[in-house]
Design a protein around this ligand. Structure first.
Ligand code: PLP
Length: 413
């Protein structure tokens, strides 16, 4: 099978444009006429520093990242960030509380400071976490610290097919951290816009808002200022597996926000972040705390293709998704889109077959026919089955046309 015979719709890792891969392959052999491949150069070399700096600048340019945000390049993928966001948020939040207590309890010129035991008692009362995150939050902190403000499954037959109305959310009074996943890759549910109730109302909003942009980064404009930090792995829209990007408000990093001293976290029975996922350590070491994969080729092409940057890419992504949904809606007796129309993902288009009553057989036939035509990676997530068209940036409009021609042919057959 030749590369040009395939259009790959896998949900991640995603395929990359062939011209980008050709440049990357040459760079792996001999980068910039140095005689060494890019992955063989030291991550501490000037060459690596230059690649990192260019990549950060290109990303900031493409996404219009405000200068008040820093970009950290880390490892461990999105799953690593499930832990990192919690560990780091805990530490930053506790430290803020500790500093506030210290400020309010210093008495007189001689400064009688609060005793450590009283500090622990005071902090224990304040540590009312409300983290809507993954099972990791429960695993790391315990169920009492996790508040799931809205559970889509309760209004959508046990599935993530709708986003509950904001008026029904049970937000905590003073959450330490609020977590939202911008696009749910398994069932294909995407937030149409940033939730109104989470919009910052002023500088006193000191809770941390985390956004998982693993599957939509570089495909739409992000209201970055509404987030304290966002994260994503490279493997869907930025490049190959191996690095994870965190875009974080500089005010959450030293010297403005110091992490809480480990001894205090220990006294409070709270977990201490491993150094490798510690944001302060990453920032202080210019993302080079340890050996990092220095390899990036996609942003250059995006910047060269779209003079209006992410807005241009967004138009294309929406156009491609629209074409697929139009065919799905045109054959309601054959195809059934999984999520509600209001929250359909542009990136992961998930549907079931209702043709002929036997879903499994029909889907199997659809997938087999697709592979015969060079349309690969369409099988739904292993936990839910069905068909999933991942419409990441490297999937071309002509690739989408080939897919929809097949969908029409299958429906008519
Ligand atoms: N978040 C979302 C929305 C995802 O789609 C995925 C994986 O596909 C992850 C997180 C986990 O990412 P990783 O495999 O990089 O750990």
């Amino acid at each position: 099978m030749k590369r040009e015979d395939i259009i790959h719709f896998g949900a991640g890792p995603a395929s990359l444009p062939s011209d980008v891969l050709a440049t990357a392959a040459a760079a792996l052999q001999n980068y910039d006429d140095t005689g060494l491949g890019v992955a063989e150069h030291s991550h501490r070399s000037g060459l690596a520093a230059n690649i990192l700096a260019t990549m950060k600048a290109d990303l900031a340019n493409f996404l219009d990242i405000p200068p008040s945000y820093d970009i950290l390049i880390m490892q461990g993928g999105g799953s690593g960030q499930f832990d990192a966001t919690i560990y780091n948020s805990i530490s930053i939040w506790v430290e803020r509380q500790r500093q506030e207590i210290l400020k309010n309890t210093r008495i007189g010129v001689n400064g009688k400071e609060i005793s450590e035991d009283d500090m622990v008692k005071e902090l224990r009362q304040r540590v009312e976490w409300s983290l809507k995150a993954s099972k990791e939050a429960v695993r790391l902190l315990g169920p009492e610290y996790v508040n799931i403000v809205a559970d889509a499954r309760k209004i959508s037959d046990g599935k993530f097919g709708k986003i509950p109305d904001e008026s029904t959310w049970t937000l905590s009074r003073k959450p330490a951290m609020v977590y939202l996943c911008e696009n749910e890759t398994v069932d294909g549910v995407e937030w149409p816009s940033f939730p109104k109730v989470l919009e910052p109302t002023g500088p006193d909003d000191d809770h941390i808002i985390v956004g998982d942009f693993s599957s939509t980064i570089l495909t739409r404009r992000i209201p970055i200022k509404n987030f304290s930090l966002i994260f994503f792995g490279a493997q869907k829209n930025l490049g190959i597996t191996g690095i994870t990007i965190v875009i974080i408000k500089k005010s959450l990093l030293p010297p403005v926000s110091a992490p809480c001293p480990p001894a205090m976290l220990r006294k409070l029975g709270l977990p201490i972040s491993p150094i490798i996922i510690d944001y302060a350590a990453a920032a202080q070491n210019n993302s080079l705390y340890n050996t990092l994969s220095i390899f990036e080729q996609v942003l250059k092409k995006l910047l060269a293709t779209f003079p209006d940057k992410v807005d241009g890419q967004q138009v294309v992504a929406e156009r491609k998704a629209k074409v697929v949904y139009e065919v799905l809606d045109a054959y309601p007796t054959i195809y059934k889109v999984v999520p509600d129309k209001s929250v359909r993902s542009r990136m992961n288009i998930c549907f079931r077959m209702i043709k002929g009553g036997n879903v499994d057989e029909a889907e199997k036939a659809f997938l087999e026919g697709a592979v015969e035509r060079g349309l690969t990676g369409l099988k739904g997530h292993r936990s839910v089955g069905g068909i999933r068209v991942s419409n990441y940036n490297a999937v071309s409009e002509s690739g989408i046309e080939k897919l929809v021609a097949y969908m029409k042919e299958f429906a008519a057959a």
